[in-house]
Design a protein around this ligand. Structure first.
Ligand code: SAH
Length: 204
């Protein structure tokens, strides 16, 4: 998976490649889908949600430029796979999932895998996690119409956020940085995510 789908397509960040070699992706999908866990596609994880394609996880993780001392906020825990990859890269990961069943399952698995630098909370992630702010890095794993204001507020100065922005059908992978309090935006190609739901995103 790492050689063929990531390295060959231009993902060169050695820490990201190493993290994705290490995290056992097959444990993040249900048993009937395990044989397909390392395939070049997203897979269903229940509740009409998906675990992202490996390449997208690699690309978002590289664009985020996470360092070992960083505190990261993730919105949309889903299966917890991206969360575990971030846990390999960062000092601390705070992840928020709105669907209780997914959040609880991801939390249990991450605990079972022995990660001690991850906190998973249930709720609307577009509100961020004020008690833990500011965050050096923020990753949003669902597609919304714009940058949720609370997330930009909770981004540290010189911090970096990666999120898919667009309509409900298609989005552009977007990097937002905070430079002297101002938003600087760059775009990094088309993608397709499930909907970011709630206040500061799609209402339903
Ligand atoms: N990276 C995850 C992707 C999960 S799909 C993985 O690979 O498994 C995106 C997740 O975002 C879904 O689980 C969905 O329920 C969640 N989500 C959507 N809107 C949200 C919100 N406002 N707050 C928190 N989670 C949200």
């Amino acid at each position: 998976m790492v050689d063929e789908q990531l390295a060959r397509r231009g993902i060169t960040d050695a820490r990201v490649l190493e993290a994705m070699r290490k995290v056992p992706r097959h444990l993040f999908v249900e048993e009937a889908l395990r044989e397909r866990a390392y395939g070049d596609h997203p897979l269903p994880i229940g509740e009409e949600q998906t675990i992202s394609q490996p390449y997208i996880v690699g690309l978002m993780s590289s664009l985020l430029e996470v360092r070992g001392e960083h505190k990261v906020l993730e919105v949309g825990t889903g299966s917890g796979y991206q969360t575990a990859v971030l846990a390999e890269l960062a000092r601390r990961v705070c992840s928020i999932e709105r669907l209780p069943r997914l959040g609880q399952r991801a939390r249990a698995l991450i605990e079972r895998l022995g990660y001690q630098n991850v906190w998973v909370r249930l709720g609307n992630g577009t509100l961020g996690w004020p008690d833990e702010a500011p965050f050096d890095r923020i990753l949003v794993a669902a597609g919304g119409p714009g940058v949720p204001a609370p997330l930009f507020e909770q981004l540290a100065e010189s911090g970096r956020m990666v999120l898919p922005l667009g309509d409900e059908e298609a989005q552009v992978l977007t990097v937002v940085t905070k430079v002297r309090g101002q938003m600087v935006v760059s775009r990094h190609g088309d993608c397709r995510f499930v909907k970011l739901v709630g206040k500061f995103a799609w209402e339903t």
